[in-house]
Design a protein around this ligand. Structure first.
Ligand SMILES: Cc1cc2nc3c(=O)[nH]c(=O)nc-3n(C[C@H](O)[C@H](O)[C@H](O)COP(=O)(O)O)c2cc1C
Length: 201
């Protein structure tokens, strides 16, 4: 783990890849220790620029991002829609970003891969943020109706995650239970997720 990418107060175990990959993949992780400092519009623009180049079915680019900077009424509304266990740390984010995607094609037929495409865009955004030393942490723990109302989401759009974007803070500011979890997690080995020729019985 590169302390340069994610400077927190406690020493963190390094993540080691079993195969040679870009360090960015292992250095990105979902921290919760946030400083409460602002994230500049230009920094957010760089995250969305990265997301913009993600691949998508038919290059349909069904993703959209609704962002709200700390201190704005929209930030407060989105924050309120989070589950309390997320709100407790995400309130120190510099911005909250709702990731949504269009469920229909322009001709009205279902868009089968919209969630897959939005996932690719989210990951691009997250990797870009990690490369900039930002915490970029997705949350599925929110009240969907409240979050949709908070961003005035029309019909036809799926709200996937709210992403906390911010500057790394001091782990000791987190509640004790979250302090204990503030470390990069492990992964299943490649042999458990990739199979030659056929899916295993
Ligand atoms: C769709 C999705 C929903 C998630 N929901 C939450 C959440 O509600 N609260 C939270 O603290 N983390 C949440 N996470 C973060 C995951 O727990 C985290 O990505 C996972 O444990 C892997 O750890 P890493 O991102 O640090 O590598 C979510 C991540 C994703 C992709």
């Amino acid at each position: 783990m590169s302390s340069q990418l994610h400077p927190v107060a406690l020493p963190l175990p390094a993540r080691t890849a079993d195969h040679d990959v870009l360090r960015l993949f292992t250095d990105r992780w979902s921290g919760r220790a946030l400083s409460g400092a602002a994230v500049a519009p230009e920094e957010l623009a760089r995250l969305f620029e990265a997301a913009r180049w993600a691949p998508s079915g038919g290059n349909g680019q069904p993703w959209r991002f609704v962002h709200a900077r700390r201190g704005s009424p929209a930030f407060a509304r989105i924050l309120e829609s989070l589950m309390p266990q997320n709100r407790v740390w995400a309130e120190r984010a510099g911005a909250l970003v709702a990731v949504v995607s269009a469920v229909h094609l322009p001709d009205g037929r279902p868009r089968p891969a919209h969630a897959f495409d939005a996932g690719a865009a989210w990951m691009s955004l997250a990797l870009q943020g990690a490369s900039m030393g930002l915490v970029v942490h997705a949350m599925g723990g929110f009240d969907r109706a409240a979050a949709a109302a908070a961003i005035e989401l029309p019909e036809g759009w799926d709200l996937h995650v709210i992403v906390a974007v911010g500057r790394p803070g001091d782990v000791r500011d987190l509640p004790p239970a979250l302090q204990a979890r503030e470390a990069p997690s492990a992964r299943k080995p490649v042999a458990e997720i990739a199979f030659a020729d056929r899916f295993p019985a």
